[in-house]
Design a protein around this ligand. Structure first.
Ligand code: 3NM
Length: 519
């Protein structure tokens, strides 16, 4: 083990190719990057001759030594020895760690790329100082990576490292990390038992026109949690707490009239806008990602609904997601028909890699697809018959929420909702909700609207939205003037409105109908 305390928080990996470095001078770029705050540097050059590698390594080492930043060479132990640097980074196909350690000695810093748990455990067992875990996101910088493991994959490796007794090994994540996602990577990769120590980046600094500012910005972002981070899952929340608080939250929503930004499908636009109005939110139905930045600044919440998706819609969704994530505006993801087609399966992956969703809501097939289950066959967008027991549904929802560090809702006759720590079931609702179009989508609209005013406890916000929505459906279906799904729709909108009005008047008796249980 290397004796020096190394700060892995912002790990710069160099790239001298014109596509990344452009016509800039590598030594000047590295100098700027360490001035900006890069804490460790790896010289990675897969094409230059040995003499050139040693020459550049010595120049770069002058720069890093002056800044007190450790300097490593990618792959080439001979170059590391020749230039007298602090260590090497080896890939799985490079020299084995034990030989590298023998050549470089006990004080050298030696890190290894790990793409899987097996590789991570082998490297840790062989005495690596740190692991470069990836590939997190697809990246043009290195296209021939073995697999994209996402934040969920990194998180699994971190928690298993701890389980296997390697909790002390340092870890950085690599692949497609930049200013837009660095906080999310740190947040979503963290397991309850082991955090990431830092991120490794290439293009986010090397390709920047101002590498010093780029490094400085990344360090700044790394110094605090993302704006959407939440800690309320550690707060006890009993059934009675929820019952006591929901009417006040709904009253608050009605008084604040939060913006509910719906990026939703062609089928439910009008219905969703009417539901938002009825519950006391202010709807905007904008599918234009370019105006999402302006809308996100208004303090509301966003619904990303994947129904009637196209490649163009997906790119608008990604823009809006980034805009809301940047300011911590809550985002609800409704992966409509997630398991129905290849396009939608890819859409789920692209959207989840592209940003953070505070709440993911879907039916059983959709949530199973989100969780990564293979072979989920959805017949169109309908939920279809349940394939899982309630116990299995609870386990899946809880695990998915824990993995994503968010709230996951699996709707059904019994809804299951969890933030990874606290899990509830809700058995309200009426069968007419399954006989009209857009009931799932407008539940997303309702949850987003509540989230806009209850940001502290996202689980509580989502439960409040579900209870209001489902109890309104029961009240509507029970009315004498409701004869079936057609007359149900306007009555349902009326009942949503009436519940809101009751809450504003301080009458919360409607909540007594809640069939809510802690799971
Ligand atoms: N190794 P950027 S990904 C050098 O997955 C490297 O092992 C990877 O570049 C791995 O920060 C990668 O520009 C390139 O996405 C990372």
């Amino acid at each position: 083990m290397a004796p020096m305390a190394v700060d892995y928080s912002l790990y710069l990996v160099t790239d001298s190719t014109p596509a990344i470095l452009g016509d800039k001078d590598l030594v000047a770029v590295v100098k700027a990057a360490v001035e900006g705050g890069a804490t460790i540097v790896q010289y990675r050059d897969k094409t230059s001759d040995t003499a050139e590698l040693v020459r550049v390594a010595k120049q770069l080492h002058q720069v890093t030594k002056a800044a007190g930043v450790p300097f490593l060479i990618n792959d080439r132990v001979d170059v590391a020895l020749a230039a007298g640097v602090e260590g090497v980074h080896v890939g799985q196909d490079d020299m084995d760690l034990k030989t590298a350690r023998k050549l470089l000695g006990p004080d050298a810093i030696i890190g290894i790329t790990a793409n899987s748990l097996e590789e991570a455990l082998d490297a840790a067992g062989d005495g690596a100082d740190y692991l470069g875990i990836g590939t997190v996101f697809a990246t043009p910088t290195k296209e021939n990576t073995k697999s994209i493991i996402g934040t969920a994959g990194v998180r699994d490796i971190l928690s298993d490292l701890h389980l296997c007794g390697f909790g002390g090994i340092q870890t950085v994540a690599i692949g497609g990390i930049n200013a837009s996602n660095v906080q999310r990577v740190m947040y979503q990769c963290a397991s309850p038992t082991k955090d990431l120590d830092g991120v490794a980046v290439v293009s986010a600094i090397i390709a920047s026109q101002d590498p010093k500012a780029a490094a400085h910005n990344l360090r700044d972002l790394l110094s605090r949690p993302p704006p959407f981070a939440f800690t309320a899952h550690h707060v006890q929340l009993s059934r009675n707490d929820i019952i006591a608080r929901v009417p006040t939250i709904i009253a608050r929503m009605a008084s604040r009239k939060p913006l509910c930004h719906n990026m939703t499908n062609l089928v439910v636009q009008n219905f969703a806008a009417n539901v938002a109005l009825a519950i006391g939110a202010s709807p905007i139905m904008s599918n234009n990602g370019l105006e999402a930045g302006d809308l996100a600044a208004l303090g509301g919440a966003l619904v990303v609904n994947m129904g009637t998706t196209t490649p163009d819609i997906r790119s608008n969704h990604l823009k809006a997601l980034a805009a809301y994530n940047a300011v911590g505006g809550p985002v609800v993801f409704d992966p409509v028909g997630a398991g129905a087609t290849q396009q939608r399966r890819e859409g789920v992956k692209a959207l989840m890699a592209g940003g953070y969703f505070d709440v993911i809501k879907g039916n059983e097939g959709e949530i199973r697809t989100v969780s990564g289950a293979h072979g989920v066959k959805q017949h169109g967008v309908d939920s279809g018959a349940s394939q899982l027991t309630l116990k299995d549904r609870i386990t899946l929802v809880k695990a998915t929420a824990e993995r994503e560090s968010n709230v996951v809702l699996m709707s059904g006759v019994i809804d299951v909702i969890s933030d990874g720590v606290r899990t509830f079931t809700i058995s309200n609702g009426h069968k007419y909700l399954g006989e009209i179009t857009g009931s799932g989508c407008t539940l997303g609209t309702t949850i987003a609207s509540v989230l806009a005013v209850e940001r502290e406890d996202k689980l509580l916000a989502a439960v409040a939205g579900i209870l209001m929505y489902e109890i309104a459906s029961e009240r509507a279906a029970g009315r004498d003037d409701v004869k079936g799904p057609g007359t149900f729709v306007p009555a349902f909108i009326d009942e949503l409105y009436r519940i809101r009005e009751e809450c504003v008047r301080g009458d919360g008796t409607w909540i007594e109908a809640a069939k809510l249980e802690s799971a």
